[in-house]
Design a protein around this ligand. Structure first.
Ligand SMILES: [Zn+2]
Length: 243
């Protein structure tokens, strides 16, 4: 089996599928596999033209994206955090290790993402105190990220929300007010970026269509053709998005 370093890409909705074909003289057909942690393996007969590989991968794109989402959803996460150093906590779908440091001079905790860790410097390591400040940090991150994504998607739909609020909603990811203001659950920032994008697009579409009608879902689909995978991800994993 021989391979060269050429990378080919196919896009499906907003997902870019990148792969480096592996050529084998023994192969008769193109074979595609998706492996943990999200690698796409394309094996092809020696001499297969790029256009043919791209066409085969494009044809299987929906299946590939489904596999990628399934792999990402395998990770299991405890819903209630102990708030101890080394514990895994989520941010934008990734797991970060909590790194706690005592600093008696700090009036309120300093929190930052640092080398795969969420570092908290704080005068107190008391559970509720840390959790409360971590949630404040998530809320700030959620506000920035979501307002950014609104700026990206709203023009595509020709809409403009009147306000953006980040709230602590136990039962929902987001909602749209009758005045066309948008409210998001801070826990949305724990979801992978494509899932957070879906939550944003869903609410933006409500500015054009309040009910979950056929028209509503076709609006969502026009922006995110593979949105159903993101809905499914939320159904399967949403309960874990907490601290
Ligand atoms: Zn809705």
């Amino acid at each position: 089996m021989s391979s060269d370093a050429k990378t080919l890409t196919v896009t499906f909705g907003e997902t870019v599928i990148a792969f480096t074909p592996i050529y084998s003289p023994r192969r008769k057909t193109v074979e595609i596999a998706v492996e943990v942690p999200g690698q796409i393996i394309v094996t092809a007969p020696a001499g297969t033209p790029d256009e043919h590989l791209l066409a085969v991968v494009q044809q299987k794109a929906k299946w590939i994206v489904q596999q990628l989402f399934a792999i990402r959803s395998i990770r299991s996460v405890a819903p209630i955090r102990e708030m101890v150093s080394g514990e895994a906590i989520l941010y934008l779908g990734r797991s970060y290790r909590l790194d706690l440091q005592v600093d008696p001079h700090l009036r309120s905790p300093a929190i930052k993402l640092y080398r795969g860790q969420i570092q908290i410097q704080s005068k107190s390591l008391e559970h509720d105190y840390l959790r409360r400040h971590l949630i404040t940090w998530y809320r700030d991150k959620a506000r920035n990220r979501i307002s950014n994504r609104i700026n990206y998607y709203a023009p595509k739909l020709g809409v403009a929300p009147t306000s953006l609020m980040i709230k602590d909603q136990e039962k929902r990811w987001a909602s749209c007010t009758s005045q066309n203001g948008l409210i998001f659950n801070w826990r949305s920032i724990l979801a992978p970026a494509p899932v957070l994008d879906y939550i944003v697009v869903h609410e933006l579409c409500h500015l054009l269509e309040k009910s979950h009608s056929k028209r509503f879902w076709s609006l969502v689909r026009s922006i995110l053709p593979e949105y159903e995978l993101r809905v499914q991800w939320l159904r399967d994993n949403g309960v874990r998005l907490d601290v």
